[in-house]
Design a protein around this ligand. Structure first.
Ligand code: SF4
Ligand code: FES
Length: 368
């Protein structure tokens, strides 16, 4: 006889859902989806141990459980708090959460440079989105922003330590996905920094995935650096059979015409790498940095981008050309012949159409 799977009832922003025991509030909210889902800057469902660092996912627990319905005294990190049966959670319906989140954003931006106009992450930066939703117009911080000595972490990845929010996601990628971890967070508090310690290059087949998990522009793709604003490129889903063990071979190509400007892993609605057949779809460095010809990929079609994203601008799934009306209203005259001067020209006879001549007009053309 199959064992009955017990579920837990949780209510988030007045929406009740049944979830499996051990589910966190954040993941329960993701199952509901939409605005109810708190933002998450450090939690990453595909990286074990992630979460609990940034506090952007704070929510109010109005009732702990059916057994103990007292509210939790403080806001809790939803990515690290498990649901209890009968728990009542407030995110967008809470009066306390927006103020707390605004405070968290203010802290995250305290030392963050305001260089979105030149940052390659602009347009797909979670901190930028968070800033728009919860940020304040000005800063109360009066001291010089923190700076770091520039460090070269290899040929493929650009590190901008001043933009880092110390979410630890990249170190989990290095720990859990690559076979050679050579970077981590060194020092503490205000001095804490991502470093390769002795400036070793990050040389392993999957290091590029750190770029995909970085929620800000601290780790960007050197091969794409300053080449284009991401919203001017056209993302398409593509695949290839890749021989690197562990590479899913499914990627998003960011095109300008036929040219591949950038290759990334495919992202889901939470900005995380998509899963294929139950496994995270990480891609190898060969696919990401060294396969930039469309001929080497099987293009599946346009990537679905949220209509709220700036990247989605002008990228339609189907394109219907507007009907040509000029010819109809101009008694059959083609638009390219609108500047027709036949009736007033002494030299340009009716049978010579300047727009149909190959190259510049020549006196010989008018003698025909
Ligand atoms: S470099 Fe990016 S991914 Fe790594 S800790 Fe900083 S913000 Fe997080
Ligand atoms: S996402 Fe929960 S603390 Fe960062």
């Amino acid at each position: 006889m199959s064992e009955e799977i017990k579920t837990i009832k949780v209510t988030i922003d007045n929406i009740t859902i049944d979830v499996a025991p051990g589910t966190t509030i954040l993941n329960a909210a993701r199952q509901i989806g939409g605005d109810v889902t708190p933002p998450a800057m450090c939690y990453y469902s595909k990286l074990e141990g992630s979460g609990g660092k940034c506090r952007t996912c704070l929510v109010e627990v109005a009732a702990g459980s059916t057994a103990d319905p007292r509210p939790m005294p403080k806001l809790v990190a939803s990515c690290r708090t498990g649901v209890m049966d009968g728990m009542i959670v407030k995110n967008i319906t809470s009066e306390k959460v927006p103020e707390a989140r605004a405070g968290v954003v203010e802290f995250l931006l305290l030392n963050h440079p305001l260089d979105c106009p030149i940052c390659d992450q602009a347009g797909e930066c979670h901190l930028q989105d968070l800033g728009y939703d919860h940020g304040k117009e000005g800063t109360r911080y009066q001291f010089a922003r923190r700076t770091f000595k520039k460090e070269d972490i290899g040929p493929y990845i650009q590190l901008h330590m001043t933009r880092c929010i110390l979410c630890y996601r990249c170190t989990y990628v290095a720990d859990q996905i690559t076979n050679k971890r050579v970077h981590g967070i060194v020092d503490r508090g205000d001095h804490a920094a991502i470093s390769t310690y002795i400036s070793q290059a990050i040389e392993n087949d999957f290091s590029g995935n750190m770029i995909d998990v970085c929620p800000v522009g601290a780790l960007t793709d050197k091969t794409f650096r300053f080449k284009n604003r991401v919203w001017f490129t056209k993302p398409v889903d593509a695949n290839r059979s890749c021989n690197t063990p562990g590479c899913c071979g499914k990627a998003t190509l960011w095109l300008r015409g036929e040219e591949v400007f950038r290759v990334t892993a495919r992202k889901d609605e939470w900005g995380e790498v998509q899963s294929f057949e139950g496994k995270p779809g990480w891609i190898c460095n060969a696919c990401r940095f060294e396969t930039k010809e469309t001929s080497k990929w099987n293009i599946e079609g346009l990537t679905t981008i949220s209509r709220h994203s700036v990247i989605g601008a002008n990228k339609y799934n189907t394109l219907e050309m507007p009907k040509e009306t000029i010819k109809k209203v101009m008694s059959g005259v083609e638009p390219k012949l609108l500047m027709d001067i036949h009736s007033v020209s002494g030299v340009n006879t009716n049978d010579i159409h300047l727009s149909e001549l190959k190259g510049p007009a020549h006196s010989e053309d008018f003698k025909k």
